[in-house]
Design a protein around this ligand. Sequence first.
Ligand SMILES: Cc1cc2nc3c(=O)[nH]c(=O)nc-3n(C[C@H](O)[C@H](O)[C@H](O)COP(=O)(O)OP(=O)(O)OC[C@H]3O[C@@H](n4cnc5c(N)ncnc54)[C@H](O)[C@@H]3O)c2cc1C
Length: 392
Amino acid sequence: MRYEFTAEEEAFRAELLEWIENEVPEDLRGIGRAASDEEWENELRVRRQLADKGWLTLAWPTEYGGQGAPMMQQVIFNEEMVYHRIPGREPFGTRMLAPTLMVHGTEEQRRKYLPPIARGEVQWCQGYSEPDSGSDLASLQMRAVDDGDDFVVNGSKIWTSLAHRADWIFFLVRTDPDAPKHRGISFLLAPMDTPGISVEPIINMAGHHSFNQVFFEDVRVPKENLVGELNRGWYVAATLLDFERSGVDYPAQARRTLDDLIEYAHSTLGADGEPLSKDPDIRRKFVELSIETDAARSIAYEVADMQAHGEIPNKEASMSKTLGTKLVQDVYGFGVDLLGMYGQLRPGSPRAVLEGRMLDMQLTTVAFTIFAGTTEIQKNIIATRGLGLPRG
Ligand SMILES: Cc1cc2nc3c(=O)[nH]c(=O)nc-3n(C[C@H](O)[C@H](O)[C@H](O)COP(=O)(O)OP(=O)(O)OC[C@H]3O[C@@H](n4cnc5c(N)ncnc54)[C@H](O)[C@@H]3O)c2cc1C
């Protein structure tokens, strides 16, 4: 498939680039990790600007606060935001929960939850993983017991990204412990300030606080916060995962980093006094990674094209995630090697090259082949649902 952009899509990209150039100063741009309070404030400030432009939710229907724009505009938006390292997008609400509510939520739930997401007012987090349930998510044990108008929830979620910043959590609970494991799960929503919810930080290997463990102790969740049918939450959860895994972010991040590294290789002399970009091994590596970036971008566009036609990508989303995440890891790994000893310096170091981003992101992106379903799990999906191979 070769995707050609329409004149309207090109015009939108040009408008977006002009806005980025004029409205987002360099010091507000970053890698969007929002680790420090200052980065988080930047994140929220830009998010409000994006919401005012209607860009957080371009492809949503207008009645829920969207622009009713074609899906491809949303993809172009995501691509340029990542390429230019603009903070402000809110993936848990806009990219995961909202499209899932459009499929499985009641009209009342859509009208309640979607407009605040579109206005950039609410931060959501995702409570799927538990200390003993990751890849085998359906084995989750967090218990919700029926008690009048409420469920009473006890248990713990782990690796919950941004739980310490979030206003609301969407999460999975076991509502029927006697049913087969996929059939006793329900999908709930709760404000993070509900009595009984507490958050403990977990520091990742790059030294940043981005995920947490979340504890639930006798937490009362009203039954109206159930999404989809009782005990059928597994199917709601699976729809959300398909939305989570798709996207052009990985190839856009790889392209930007490669462009930075190519510029560095042109302007830096090697031991032989020639620019690094003349070194045949370095040139070969650039070519190899560029080809992979274009391939990952094509698959990401194919996924977006399916979404634009109302299809839910499944094995295609797994292919996109597998290829894109490995690519990003390879690009940062190459960046660290190319920079030599300077590649070991972190952001803030006075001698850091390319803002010390290479090592920081090499460490950060180790997680990319783990979150949203590990690469091994994606390959299982591609093998069974894509290639029709028997379960291993
Ligand atoms: C940075 C980061 C952010 C995250 N954010 C969130 C979040 O916001 N919310 C949330 O709910 N979770 C989050 N997670 C958790 C993530 O979804 C889990 O880590 C992931 O699903 C894997 O689960 P696990 O860590 O328990 O590993 P396990 O499931 O214990 O897997 C361990 C190893 O065994 C392999 N393996 C397991 N089963 C199979 C199989 N059937 N076939 C082949 N290999 C297999 C895995 O691929 C992996 O290599 C995050 C994780 C990271 C790293």
